[in-house]
Design a binder for this molecule. Sequence first.
Ligand code: SF4
Length: 494
Amino acid sequence: MCGFVAIIGSPQAAAEVHMGLRALQHRGQDSAGIAEFDQRFRVHRGLGMVPTAIDAATLALFESSRAVIGHVRYPTRGSGHIEDAQPFLANPPGIILAHNGNLTNVEELAQKLADKSFRMLSYCDAEPLLGTLASKMLAARPFAHRTQDLITAVKELLGEVRGGYTAVCGMQLDGKPTLAVFRDPKGLRPCTIGRRGNAWMAASESVALDPLTFEEHFTPKPGELVILREGEEPQRFELHNLGHTPCIFEKIYFARPDANMAGRSVYEGRMAFGRTLADEFSEKGLEGDVVIPIPDTSRPAAQAFAEHLGIPYREGFIKNRYSGRTFIMPDAATRARALRLKLNPIRSVFKDKRVILFDDSIVRGATIARISEMVRDLDATEIHLAIHSPPVANPCFYGIDMSTVAELFAARFMHQGYPGKAGLRAAEKEMAKALKIDSLTYLSVEGLDQAWGGPRCAACFDGKYPAEIRAEDRLAIAADRRKAADRNTSETQF
Ligand code: SF4
């Protein structure tokens, strides 16, 4: 998962992109980058959070630019090393590119590019995406590129590049600085376009537009190419639309609650998930004395859940924002202490209560198992767990890092795929037993659709992948994730 911000037509483009990236910091903390593409082309990439990766002295180098792209990275492919940071530059033909998402046929693309003597210098899939675009632009015309060259190149690219991705590109087109945005044919990864006078902005989430007073103007369609220039109306080209299936997990977990996605409030969506889950919880005949969210993402849904059931909502955990990453711990006692460093409970909130713990999702299950163990020691009389998403039983291949199927908690209990609401209720009993808690209630896929509605990708829950993934692509991605895990074994999130 990553985030991008791009602005064209503002005299403070670099400073504003920097601010926009800070608004999107939740989408990636491993590295950040910035690039300009009007009078001159320049790229800077650094490790760490935005203020560290792009410090004041670096930012000053970009201050005269009116056309700037920025990126924050959370690696879903490759490593957290500097060579994998974005944006990337291909010169010739002179294109800067950053993207959010995951390509599923990287090896195939890299081989095609190698056949044309384009070599990859990183593991990041933005590089083959850019290489494919650059090679098609050069095939259309060796220099002085025109809008029609880009349309032809992106149209061909959308038919060849599989996966979920939204890309922003900076280039000179028709002799003018041009910001181009395109989305995969299923529109899996988010994007919004904003306007402020003569200036245009593209960003992964609307929360980057708000502090810069850009007004949301439109959401590009799946398979659409949008061309933005200072003082001109956007040019829009629908090139390869296979039907919109946006990622539902953005609304559950990744996006900020104050974001709008395709005109809908993520906060309101999370409240709806909470209310629908409350109905499913009470249908099972379950009760509790207090609802306690596991911070932070689950809060809006937990509040709606508690309100709907008329049960008190309490903050039972205090999150330590400064504890940083927790290194792999050698034994259970040390791991328990590490958890307490990150998430310390307020004992009185739990004591002698039938506690309903509330969270957004369970991926590997290790963290929730440790939290449940901690709550057992706080003299709670019962522990019920409510999760405002369906069970994650399938890996994501479109840009969210969920590991391999063997590591997913729910996959151990759902061998035949999503079993429907009734089957889920049966599986939950086994899962609760494994976690040593009194009950576990997930939001069903049916409930998810009732709460959010509309077309969506929910493949990590129901196993129905909307964009083609070939068997060899799955194997290559799983192998790549294992390699990335080996490279990063020195530390982990708790
Ligand atoms: S598989 Fe899950 S996380 Fe991945 S795009 Fe689909 S809904 Fe989002």
